[in-house]
Design a binder for this molecule. Structure first.
Ligand code: PEP
Ligand code: MG
Length: 761
C-alpha cells in the first residue's frame, strides 16, 4: 500500500497543471482501489459550490458542468463535517442528491473524504461502486492518507495554474493575479521579473522566449557534444575496470543523447520558441516523470540517468550563457526558488528594486540582508509558478507579502501613491541623522547597527550609527569560493574597525550552518538548525577559529575598538573553550610583537539553555547580546526559514518576552551590558518594549535605524514602561502585536506603522 501511495504522489506531483493533476489522481485511485468510479469535486469559492473537476467512471461530459452547493448532497456533507463518510448505499441516504448527467444512480457504495490544506477544505475525493457494501477500513485509511498528501499538490496546482492563468486565449494578459507569501523586507516595488536559477539545478530553470532560435540550437548542440565527449572519455578511462554489462550502460547514455532521441525533442521545443535551457527542462522532466511511474524497477531507475544527463547538458549551457553579457531591466525584480545571500549581488544595485523567494521565510538570512539593503522582499511565495514569470511585470507589496502579476494600471497607480507616501516619511526621517536617540524624559538609548554587506558601513555612518552591535562575519565568507586567508580577513575587518573608530565594533565569530552555507564547506544535515551551527563548528575547527580571531585582533591594533561575540552558545564549557582560544591567539600575537589589546568578549543568547545560564555567562564575559531571531525560533520550536509555519514565528509571543525580560534582569545583577541585535529591535514597537525592559543597546539594520530613533525620541520611558506593564499580562502574540500598532498611533507615530494597502480588508 505504501509503495502504491508513494508512486501516486510522486507521479501527481510532477504533473504540469491542475487538469493533469486531477486526471492522474482519479485514474490512479480508481485503478489501485479497483473501484468503478473515482471523482474529485473542488470548491469554487466565488460561487461557493463544489464542482466536479475530474472523474473516472462517471460521464466525462459532466466534468466542469456539474456542481453542488456547499450544503448540498453527500459531497457537501463530507466538506461541511471535514471528515470521511462511508456508506453502503448512498442512494437511500437522506442527503443524496441525484445528478442526472453523471449517470451515478447506478452506484451504491460511496466513500467521500475531504481534501484539506492548511485547515481549509478544498474539495472532496469520492470513490463509488455498483454493489452495496461498505468500503473496508483499509480502503478508507488509504483514501484519507492519499487525500492528505495530495491536498498540497492540488492547492499548489490550482493557484499556480497554467500559463492560461496569466494570458487568456487571445494572448492578452489576465491582470492582477495575486500570490501570497510573507514579508521579507517592507516596501513597494514595481518592475520586471528576472528569474535566477541555481547552477545545474534543472528544476529552477525558467521558461524564456528565445531571442535567436538558431543560436539557441547551436548552443544546445555544442553542450550536447560536450556531454557526449565527457561520457566517451569516462567510458574509455574505466573500460578496463568495468564488466561488459557496466560498459553497456555508457552506450545507453550515448543512445539517449542520440540526435534522434532526447535531442530531437529538445530541438522541437526550441523551435517552438523556448530558449535552450527551458526546452531542456521541459523534455527532461517529462521523461523523468514517465520513467518514475513505471512498474519495472529497472526502468524506474532510468529516471535518475535521464535527470543526470539533463543536469550535465545544463551545466554546459549555463557556462555558455554566463559568458554573455546580461541586459537587466532598469527595474529588476529578482525571483528565485531559494534566494541566497550570494544572489543579492547578481543584478547591479541601481537596477535591483525587489526580491522574491519561493522558499524561506521572514527571518531567513537572505531576508535579513535584504532589509539591511532596504530592498522590498517577499519570501515563501510557495505557489508562484516562477519558471513562467521571466520578463513579466509585477508589483511587490513587501508589507503584506503579496505579489501581483500583470498589474492593471489602477493597481499600479494605487501602489505608486503608497510608494510616494513612504518616500515622504523616509525623507522626514533623514533629518534625524545627527540627533541622539533620547526619550522626551531624558533617557539615552544607544542605537548601533548590524552589518555584513560591504555597503552596510557607509549606510550605517550616513544614518548616524553609534557603533556596530553585530558584524556577521560569515557573510563575506559566503560570497567567495574558499576560506579567506588571515591577511584577507585582516583587511576586511580593518575596514569596519577604521570606519567606526573610536566607536565600538562587535564582530561575531563565524556563524555558519542552519541556512548559512559556505559553498566550499558544505554541511549536509537532516535538521541543520539543530545541528552543527555557529560555535559548534568553530570549536571543532580550531584552525578556522584561530585564524579568524587572530585576524580580528591584528585588525584592531592601534584602534582598540574591537569586541568579539560568540554565536549559538549552549554551555559554559563552550564559552570557556572559546575564551581559552582567544587568549591563546592574543598570547601568540604578543609574542610575535603585535601591540593588540584584549577586547571585550560577549556571549549571544540564542538558545533556551543559554537563557537559564545567562547570569553565569555574564560573570564569565564582558557583555551579553540577545539574538532574538534564533531565540524566538528555538523557544517556539518554529523553524525561522519555513514558510509553512511562518504564522507561528512570533517574536511577541509571551514566552519570548518573558525570556527577554529575564535576560536583562539577570545580566544587570552582574552589572554587565546587555544588548539585543535580533530583528525585533528594528521594529518600532519592539524597540519600545526592549527599551522599557532595560536593554542597554539596541542594534538594528542601518535601514531601520532612523525609524527606531524616531520612536525613541517620540515616546517617554514612562509611557514605554506603561506599555510594557500592559503587555506583560497578555497571553496572545497577535493581540500584543495589535496593541503595539495601536500604541504607536496613540503616541503620534503612525508614520512608523505599515501603510494601508489597496487590498486590506
Ligand atoms: C539572531 O539570531 O537574532 C541573530 C542576530 O543572529 P542571526 O540572525 O545572524 O542568526
Ligand atoms: Mg542567530
Amino acid at each position: 500500500m505504501l509503495s502504491v501511495l508513494r508512486k501516486i504522489v510522486q507521479e501527481v506531483s510532477t504533473a504540469p497543471d491542475l487538469a493533469s493533476v486531477l486526471a492522474l489522481i482519479v485514474s490512479r485511485i480508481q485503478r489501485s482501489m479497483d473501484t468503478q468510479v473515482c471523482s474529485v469535486f473542488l470548491l469554487d469559492e466565488a460561487q461557493n459550490r463544489y464542482v466536479l473537476m475530474a472523474t473516472q467512471g462517471l460521464n466525462a461530459e459532466a466534468v466542469g458542468q456539474v456542481s453542488l452547493a456547499s450544503t448540498e448532497g453527500i459531497v457537501g456533507m463530507v466538506a461541511q463535517r471535514a471528515e470521511p463518510i462511508n456508506l453502503e448505499d448512498a442512494s437511500i441516504h437522506p442527503a443524496f442528491h441525484y445528478l442526472q448527467i453523471t449517470g451515478e444512480e447506478r452506484f451504491h457504495a460511496f466513500l467521500g473524504v475531504p481534501i484539506i490544506h492548511h485547515r481549509k477544505v478544498l474539495g472532496v475525493l469520492v470513490v463509488q461502486q455498483h454493489e452495496k457494501r461498505r468500503f473496508d477500513e483499509s480502503e478508507e485509511a488509504f483514501l484519507v492518507t492519499l487525500s492528505a498528501q495530495l491536498a498540497g499538490i492540488i492547492a499548489h496546482a490550482g493557484l499556480s495554474g497554467s500559463v492560461a492563468k496569466f494570458d487568456d486565449k487571445s494572448g492578452a494578459s489576465l491582470q492582477d493575479r495575486r500570490f501570497e507569501g510573507v514579508s521579507g523586507s517592507p516596501g513597494i516595488a514595481i518592475g520586471q521579473v528576472v528569474v535566477a536559477s541555481l547552477p545545474a539545478d534543472l528544476d529552477t530553470v525558467p521558461d524564456k522566449a528565445a531571442k535567436d532560435i538558431q543560436r539557441e540550437i547551436t548552443h544546445f548542440n555544442l553542450a550536447l557534444e560536450a556531454v557526449r565527449a565527457d561520457i566517451r572519455s569516462v567510458a574509455s578511462v574505466l573500460s578496463q575496470r568495468l564488466s561488459s554489462d557496466e560498459r553497456a550502460l555508457f552506450d545507453v547514455y550515448l543512445r539517449m543523447l542520440d540526435d534522434n532521441a532526447l535531442a530531437a525533442e529538445i530541438i522541437v521545443k526550441i523551435n517552438a520558441g523556448n530558449w535552450a535551457q527551458g526546452a531542456l527542462r521541459e523534455v527532461i522532466s517529462e521523461h523523468v516523470r514517465e520513467f518514475s511511474a513505471m512498474e519495472d524497477s529497472y526502468l524506474r531507475e532510468r529516471a535518475t540517468d535521464i535527470r543526470d544527463l539533463g543536469r550535465r547538458i545544463l551545466s554546459y549551457l549555463q557556462e555558455e550563457s554566463e559568458s554573455e553579457p546580461v541586459d537587466y531591466p532598469d527595474k529588476a525584480i529578482l525571483l528565485a526558488d531559494e534566494l541566497t545571500p550570494a544572489m543579492l549581488g547578481m543584478v547591479p544595485e541601481d537596477k535591483l528594486v525587489g526580491l522574491v523567494s519561493v522558499t524561506g521565510s521572514g527571518n531567513s538570512h537572505a531576508a535579513i540582508l535584504a532589509r539591511s539593503m532596504g530592498i522590498p522582499t517577499i519570501m515563501g511565495v510557495v505557489d508562484i509558478p516562477y519558471r513562467r514569470l521571466e520578463g513579466r511585470e509585477v508589483v511587490l507589496d513587501g508589507y503584506t507579502g503579496r505579489v501581483y502579476v500583470n498589474p492593471s494600471d489602477k493597481l499600479k497607480y494605487a501602489f505608486l501613491q503608497i510608494l510616494n507616501e513612504v518616500q515622504a516619511v523616509t525623507d522626514e526621517l533623514e533629518g534625524l541623522r545627527d540627533l541622539s536617540a533620547i526619550t522626551p524624559d531624558g533617557y539615552r538609548i544607544p542605537l548601533w547597527v548590524n552589518t555584513g554587506l560591504a555597503a552596510d558601513v557607509s549606510r550605517a555612518l550616513e544614518r548616524g550609527a553609534e557603533g556596530i552591535g553585530l558584524y556577521r562575519t560569515e557573510i563575506p565568507f559566503m560570497i567567495r569560493d574558499c576560506f579567506p586567508s588571515e591577511q584577507e580577513q585582516i583587511e576586511s575587518y580593518r575596514t569596519q574597525l577604521e570606519a567606526f573608530a573610536p566607536r565600538p565594533v562587535t564582530m561575531r565569530t563565524l556563524d555558519i550552518g542552519g541556512d548559512k552555507a559556505l559553498p566550499y564547506f558544505p554541511i549536509n544535515e537532516e535538521n541543520p538548525f539543530l545541528g552543527w551551527r555557529g560555535i559548534r563548528v568553530t570549536l571543532d575547527h580550531p584552525e578556522i577559529f584561530m585564524v579568524q580571531v587572530r585576524a580580528m585582533l591584528r585588525a584592531s591594533e592601534g584602534l582598540d575598538n574591537l569586541r568579539i561575540m560568540l554565536p549559538m552558545v549552549t554551555s559554559v564549557s563552550e564559552v570557556e573553550e572559546a575564551i581559552r582560544q582567544i587568549d591563546r591567539a592574543l598570547a601568540e600575537l604578543w609574542e610575535e610583537g603585535f601591540a593588540v589589546k584584549r577586547p571585550p568578549i560577549g556571549v549571544m543568547i540564542e538558545v533556551p539553555a543559554a537563557v537559564y545560564q545567562v547570569r553565569r555567562f555574564a560573570r564569565m564575559v564582558d557583555f551579553i547580546s540577545v539574538g532574538s531571531n534564533d531565540l524566538t525560533q528555538y523557544l517556539l520550536a518554529v523553524d525561522r526559514n519555513n514558510p509553512r509555519v511562518a504564522n507561528l514565528y512570533a517574536p511577541y509571543h509571551p514566552a519570548v518576552l518573558k525570556a527577554l525580560d529575564f535576560i536583562v534582569q539577570e545580566t544587570h545583577k552582574e552589572r554587565k551590558q546587555v544588548s539585543i541585535c535580533g530583528e525585533m529591535a528594528a521594529d518600532p514597537g519592539g524597540a519600545l518594549l526592549l527599551m522599557a525592559m532595560g536593554y542597554d543597546v539596541l542594534s538594528v539594520n542601518a535601514n531601520n535605524l532612523p525609524r527606531i530613533k524616531f520612536a525613541v525620541r517620540g515616546v517617554s520611558m514612562f509611557r514605554a514602561r506603561q506599555l510594557l506593564t500592559k503587555v506583560r499580562v497578555m497571553d496572545d502574540a497577535e493581540e500584543i502585536h495589535q496593541l503595539l500598532r495601536q500604541a504607536l498611533k496613540s503616541f503620534g507615530l503612525s508614520q512608523l506603522t505599515r501603510p494601508s494597502m489597496p487590498e486590506d480588508e
